[in-house]
Structure formats: structure tokens, C-alpha cells
Design a protein around this ligand. Structure first.
Ligand code: F6R
Length: 613
């Protein structure tokens, strides 16, 4: 997961930046770099691999200066290498940038810049940013304007930090969407910029956070914050506790809320190094899979518990649709004792955030005994579920501390989508054009997720109105049926409100008897192949006096007219829609629990890692 550290002041910038990057190391990265303003020039050091290699390089080729920026990178565009590592310097040598996020329109920008004669030195999307700033700077002669114009050309979600030899008294930092935060730290005659508080915590407790579409001009004396449109913003100063765990909560009240908002970044990271947007391909080398093996698989059984199993239920639809391979989802605690029918032509795929869930591990062992091939999708690196498997995909979401799983739900869905594309390609069920389209859709995910998260205020309004409810019914169909289960699970586990989920078509077989004016029915009705069916289900609830809270696609007038409340989500390719439809439901559960004054991060009776049966 990319990390950013910047410094401007009177001290030597290099050790401050390298130490800051060290504090972000646990988030994972594959290369690192630093740029310092030295004698009026930008001096750059970059290395692939661990930070120690960069530290060695800096030892051999020292840097000296009071202004600099550093970065740890997870590759998204272009392999991990020194050449692709950040910072990136412009052709004029006057501008340098570090960046978190994905420039969705980078191909278009790259073509435009190349046509103007810019020669690219890396394969990254980030390099387009630095050349654009350079270009605008040559015209305007003003760094702030040049950065602003550049940011307005970028699609997607970003954290960007820039400095230039032309205006060596400042660093400019900006945030668009939720590709990780940008935090600014205040010292005495010195200032710090970072993607995360721990990077600067040893130097300051006074911080401010940039909101989406804000930029800060940071000098030794302080920071002037404005919107991208140039409207001044009065920054709110926060005093951070020195407790590193509390500090990690940053601007959020609870870890769960922070983790919900981290999903732009966690999903960017789970794509990192696995998607080649240029070629429209997915690579999952961890699975060691070739066409012959892919064709030999007869069946996939996905296993896991709770939220992980619901992610698996989405995966069933994805793999069956794109790779035409039968998939079953088997709850791990059932699978392990049922003498399951698996053999060497079955892949058993376990999903687990902790990688230590006793039932999931036992299911894996049972599958192993029966000769199945074992894969896993796991968050905790080095955990047993990772080690037991023949091949394992890392979720790359970073630590999840809130007991209710959020970012470890959306990441495996994206991983399963990538797996479905890979299997589809190897098994010959996806045409070249379709595969390219599906891969292109993946690149839109961080932005779509950011747009949902930006609507949190609307979710809070609904949570305010419904916080006293005693029960709720969640309905969904097709690829969004598991989202009904997940939404209901989130609500019950942290707010202690009874919530049930059903495939919407099952309503008429019983649950419809529950409907009355006291029962909110949460219906996921986005524009997917089951949309018309969901509309008629909603009509049936309304006809019986029920309250409908819909999750629907922005601009859908039928839903606007039918439902009592709506969580709007942006139009999303339907196979990827669960990644966005779950977000308002996560926020809804969170805000209801927070409004009820409950211990959101540690709900009663629950543990983060269930290592017992
Ligand atoms: C719900 C939740 C649990 C876990 C389940 C499996 O929010 O967190 O349902 O998903 O206990 O845990 P892992 O993924 O660690 O195997």
C-alpha cells in the first residue's frame, strides 16, 4: 500500500523522510524512493525491494537538503523497479511528484503528452502528472495554478504531493476522493506531509487532514488550504494522542469507519501488480496456473465463514459467469464435518481475513486430505490459511482492526473477479475483447467506490431516522443477493438490531408475512439483470404498507418514486456492482451503531479472529 512522507523546514529532510517511510512499511510495498532539493536541484534516489536497499543507496550516494518527499510504492502500472518507483521528475528537471491512486485516463494523457514531444521514462500512470504540471508551469509560471490545472485533468481518486525548483519554498499536497488520506503536520518552523499519521507522529501531534478536492500549499510557516476551485478553507487542527494505535484512527471516530473509507485505497492496492491495463490482462502468478490446469478443473468449492463466505457467494456468480465453471459455496463449519465430495479435480478456495479461523483451516485440511487443490484469499500475511494453500492471493488491504469486516469483504470480491477473468481467459470462455472490457471496468472501481463514500451524509440521515428500529429485512437477487446477507450481518453484529436477509424471490414463500409499517425492508435494486424482479418485489412490500430503503443507481426515477429512502450508488458494471452496493450498507450499520452509542469496534461476544470452534 503506497505511503507518502514530505518535509520542509530547517532540519536535514532525508532521515525524517526515510524514518517516516519506515513507519509505513507494515502496509506493504515493492519499491521506494526519495527526492530532495539539493543546491537548487532535485536529487533522486530510488530502489526496488525493501526500504533497507534505499537506505543503503542513500548511504552510498548521500542527499542533503531541507525539503524533500518520499514514497513507498505498490505497483499498479508497470512492474516494481527503480525506474517505476516514485518520485517522478519532469523532463525539465524542475518538478517532482509522488502519488497514491490510479490515474484512470492515463493512457489518453500519455498519448496527448507524447504527441507534444514528452518522452516518458517509466511505465507508470503517475508520470503523466509530473509532465502535466511541467507543461502548465511553463505556460502559467505559477506552481499552485499548474498543480490545480493538472489535478482537474485527472480522473480517479488521488493523493498527490509535488515540489518544484522554481518555487523552492513550498510543497503542494492535494487529495481527490479516497485514495488514502493526506495529513499535514505542524512543527516549529517546519512542516510535514504524509499519507498516514504514524509517518510523522514522532515529530508532531498537531495535524490537519485534507478533504477530497482540497489542496494545501505547505511552507515552513504553515499551510494554506483551498479547494481545487480556489475557495479558501480554514483547516481544522487536531491534536493526536501519542498512542500509536489511537493515532492510526486519524480523523475517524472508530476503526470501522476508517476502514470503510480506506476501501478506495485497499482496492487500488489489491489490483496492484495484478492488472495490466494496457494489455487488458490479469496476472495471478501466486496460483501458478496454466491453460491445461485451468481446463482440468471440474469444480470450485469456496469455503469460509461469515463475511468471508458472503464474498465467496459473490465469487460464485463471477466465476460461473466469466469462466463457465461450476462453483459451490460451502460454509467452513459445515464442510469440515460433512465428508464432502471433493477430489483432485476440485479446487477448494478458502477466504479468510485473519487466515487463522479454526473452521476455515479445518475445512482446508479436510480438502487437502481428500486430494483437492487448495487455494486461499487471505489478508493476514504469513497466516496459516496462506501457508496451507498451494497458491494464495493476498487481499492487500492492510490491517483490519474493527471487528466487523469491511475492507476485507470488498477486496476478495475484486480478487475473485480477477480470478474469474484469468480462468475465463485460460479456459477460452472469454473473448479477447470481452476480457479487455472486464479489465478496463476494474480500473473504474476506486473512483466508483470513492463516489459512494462521498455520500456518507445521506446515509447518516437515514440512520438518524431509523436508529430505533427493532428489526430489518434485507433483500437482494443474483450477484447482489449476498450483499443482502452481508448488509444484515453488519447491522446485527454491531447495532444488536435483529436483521434477516433473503433472496428476494423467496419473499412470497414466507417472510412477506413479516411486512408491516414497522419493518424497514432494505432492497438492493441497482441496474443489473435482476432489476425488474426487484422492482416488483419492492411493489409487493409497498402494497403491504412496508417501509422500503432501496440501494439504487443514481438517476433511477422509478425507485425514487417507489422507495421511502434511497442509498444512491453510481452506475457500475453489474458484475462489479456488489463492491459498491455494500458500501452504503456498511455505513448504515456503522452509523446506527454509533448513534446508539455502542462499542462499534469491539461488539459484545465477538472476536476479530475466531481461532476456536
Ligand atoms: C463479520 C466478520 C466475521 C468474519 C468471520 C471469518 O463482520 O468479521 O463474520 O468474516 O469470522 O473471519 P476470517 O475472515 O478472519 O476467517
Amino acid at each position: 500500500m503506497c505511503g507518502i512522507v514530505g518535509y520542509i523546514g530547517e532540519q536535514d529532510a532525508t532521515p525524517i523522510i526515510l524514518n517516516g517511510l519506515r513507519r509505513l512499511e507494515y502496509r506493504g510495498y515493492d519499491s521506494a524512493g526519495i527526492a530532495v532539493l539539493q543546491d537548487g536541484k532535485i536529487e533522486l534516489r530510488r530502489e526496488v525491494g525493501k526500504l533497507d536497499r534505499l537506505v543503503d543507496l542513500v548511504r552510498q550516494q548521500p542527499l542533503a537538503g531541507n525539503l524533500g518527499i518520499g514514497h513507498t510504492r505498490w505497483a499498479t502500472h508497470g512492474e516494481p523497479s527503480a525506474r517505476n518507483a516514485h518520485p517522478h521528475v519532469s523532463a525539465s528537471g524542475e518538478v517532482v511528484v509522488v502519488h497514491n491512486g490510479i490515474v484512470e485516463n492515463y493512457l489518453e494523457l500519455r498519448e496527448e503528452l507524447t504527441a507534444e514531444g514528452t518522452v516518458f521514462k517509466s511505465d507508470t500512470d503517475t508520470e503523466t502528472i509530473v509532465h502535466l504540471v511541467d507543461r502548465f508551469l511553463a505556460v502559467d509560471g505559477d506552481l499552485v495554478q499548474a498543480v490545480r490545472h493538472t489535478l482537474l485533468r485527472l480522473r480517479g481518486a488521488h493523493g498527490v504531493v509535488v515540489f518544484s525548483t522554481r518555487e523552492p519554498d513550498k510543497i503542494i499536497a492535494a487529495r481527490i476522493g479516497n485514495a488514502g488520506g493526506v495529513v499535514i503536520g505542524y512543527g516549529q518552523g517546519e512542516m510535514f506531509v504524509a499519507s498516514d499519521i504514524p509517518a510523522i507522529l514522532e515529530h508532531t501531534r498537531q495535524v490537519t487532514f485534507l478533504e477530497s478536492r482540497q489542496m494545501a500549499v505547505v511552507t515552513r510557516q504553515g499551510a494554506v488550504v483551498q479547494t481545487l476551485e480556489g475557495k479558501p478553507v480554514q483547516p481544522t487542527l487536531h491534536s493526536v494522542s501519542w498512542d500509536p494505535v489511537a493515532a492510526e484512527k486519524g480523523e475517524y471516530r472508530h476503526f470501522m469507519q476508517k476502514e470503510i473509507h480506506e476501501q478506495v485505497r485497499s482496492l487500488t492496492d489489491t489490483l496492484a501488480g495484478r492488472v495490466d491495463f494496457k494489455q487488458g490482462r490479469v496476472r495471478l502468478p501466486q496460483l501458478n496456473l496454466d491453460a491445461q490446469q485451468a481446463r482440468a478443473i471440474e469444480r470450485i468449492v469456496i469455503t469460509g465463514c461469515g463475511t468471508a463466505a458472503y464474498a465467496g457467494m459473490v465469487g460464485k456468480v463471477l466465476i460461473e459467469t466469466l469462466a463457465r465453471l461450476p462453483v459451490e459455496v460451502d460454509i467452513a463449519s459445515e464442510f469440515r464435518y460433512r465428508d464432502p465430495l471433493v477430489n483432485e479435480r476440485t479446487v477448494v478456495l478458502a477466504i479468510s481475513q485473519s487466515g487463522e479461523t479454526a473452521d476455515t483451516l479445518a475445512a482446508m485440511e479436510e480438502a487437502r486430505r481428500k486430494g483437492a487443490r487448495l487455494w486461499s484469499i487471505v489478508n493476514a500475511i504469513g497466516s496459516q490459511a496462506m501457508r496451507l494453500a498451494d497458491g494464495s492471493i493476498s487481499m492487500q488491504t492492510g490491517p483490519e482492526i474493527g471487528v466487523a469486516s469491511t475492507k476485507a469483504f470488498t477486496a476478495p470480491i475484486v480478487d475473485l473477479y480477477m480470478l474469474a477473468i484469468l480462468l475465463g481467459e485460460l479456459r477460452g470462455t472469454l473473448s479477447d475483447a470481452e476480457r479487455r472490457k472486464r479489465v478496463k471496468d476494474l480500473g473504474r472501481i476506486p473512483d466508483l467506490v470513492g463516489r459512494c463514500l462521498d455520500r456518507e451524509a445521506e446515509v447518516i440521515n437515514v440512520a438518524q431516522a431509523l436508529k430505533e428500529m427493532r428489526s430489518a429485512l434485507y433483500l437482494g437477487r443474483g450477484v447482489n443477493m449476498p450483499i443482502a446477507y452481508e448488509g444484515a450481518l453488519k447491522l446485527k453484529e454491531i447495532s444488536y438490531i435483529h436483521a434477516e436477509a433473503y433472496p428476494a424471490g423467496e419473499m412470497k414463500h414466507g417472510p412477506i408475512a413479516l411486512v408491516d409499517r414497522d419493518l424497514p425492508v432494505v432492497a438492493i435494486a441497482t441496474q443489473d439483470p435482476w432489476y425488474e424482479k426487484m422492482i416488483s418485489q419492492i411493489e409487493q412490500v409497498k402494497a403491504r404498507g412496508g417501509i422500503v430503503v432501496a440501494v439504487a443507481t443514481e438517476g433511477d426515477e422509478r425507485i425514487a418514486a417507489l422507495a421511502d429512502r434511497v442509498f444512491w450508488v453510481p452506475a457500475t458494471p453489474w458484475l462489479l456492482s456488489p463492491v459498491v452496493t455494500v458500501l452504503p450498507l456498511q455505513m448504515f450499520a456503522y452509523h446506527i451503531a454509533a448513534l446508539r452509542g455502542l462499542d462499534v469496534d469491539q461488539p459484545r461476544n465477538l472476536a476479530k479472529s475466531v481461532t476456536v470452534e
